[in-house]
Design a protein around this ligand. Structure first.
Ligand SMILES: C[S@@+](CC[C@H](N)C(=O)[O-])C[C@H]1O[C@@H](n2cnc3c(N)ncnc32)[C@H](O)[C@@H]1O
Length: 237
């Protein structure tokens, strides 16, 4: 346990009143926003991100799954805060990938007309090696990278993101695989939800590159999280 973090609390969300609470929170988070753009993340998960960003002090965030651009903007703003406090020296950079960047371009232009100075939108499919190559070019020479997988939440995309992007995480750094909740039967609130995040994660962890990472369940600090088993730390080169 890291003494710089608050002690974790746990909660069984899968039954009774807490399950009802979970369902209400999932519904609520689909209507949440940041800087006027829709942002579907739990405040508890955003708070964990703040802790991890402070601890790792990355200057580069790579995100798979941009959607409306709200999370890219949120990460850019957190990196700016790290810079303001002297935790990082380089100018922040967020590189965010999506198959369709039209909504993000429009939203980000409205929220911050100068967003392109520090946010690069890569249009591409995480399943394609070209996408990883395009991201690799953008982050070349930048070592302090933090990676988030938040795309389709099915087996193929989760595995592809881990295969292509975990290698960019430095030792001690973090990769977050979002929304493993889709594979916890009791936590599914709709038949339409995808499946496959946790099976892909387990298979990847069993592969050679996965051996360099540790699943940090202790970082599910607040008992409520969309990302069970999703906070990964690189512990070996
Ligand atoms: C859950 S949303 C991302 C939400 C965003 N990160 C946020 O927190 O506001 C998922 C996004 O992944 C994108 N996506 C789905 N499949 C993809 C793929 N194969 N490659 C890249 N992006 C994909 C979708 O277009 C969608 O915009």
């Amino acid at each position: 346990m890291d003494e710089r973090l608050p002690p974790a609390v746990s909660a069984d969300l899968t039954t009774g009143a807490l399950l009802e609470y979970w369902r209400a929170r999932v519904t609520q988070h689909l209507s949440d926003s940041y800087a006027g753009l829709k942002l579907s993340k739990f405040p508890e998960d955003l708070r964990v991100y703040e802790h991890l960003l402070w601890l790792q002090a990355p200057d580069t965030v790579i995100e798979i799954g941009t959607q409306f651009g709200a999370s890219a903007l949120w990460f850019r703003d957190r990196l700016r805060t790290l810079q303001a406090y002297g935790r990082i020296e380089r100018d922040p950079l967020v590189v965010s990938v999506d198959v369709d960047q039209s909504a993000a371009r429009a939203g980000l232009r409205e929220a911050d007309p100068r967003y392109e100075e520090q946010i690069v939108l890569v249009e591409g499919d995480v399943l394609s090696p070209d996408t990883a190559a395009a991201v690799g070019e953008r982050v070349a020479g930048r070592e302090r990278r933090f990676v988030i997988e938040d795309s389709a939440h099915v087996y193929a995309t989760t595995r592809a993101a881990l295969d292509a992007f975990a290698a960019l995480v430095p030792v001690g750094g973090f990769m977050v695989v979002e929304d493993g909740c889709v594979d916890v039967e009791e936590l599914r609130i709709s038949e339409d939800w995808p499946r496959g995040v946790l099976p892909a994660l387990d298979d990847w962890l069993a592969s050679a590159p996965g051996h360099d990472f540790q699943v940090r369940r202790d970082l599910e600090l607040y008992g409520v999280s969309c990302h069970p088993r999703g906070f990964l730390q690189r512990v070996a080169a």
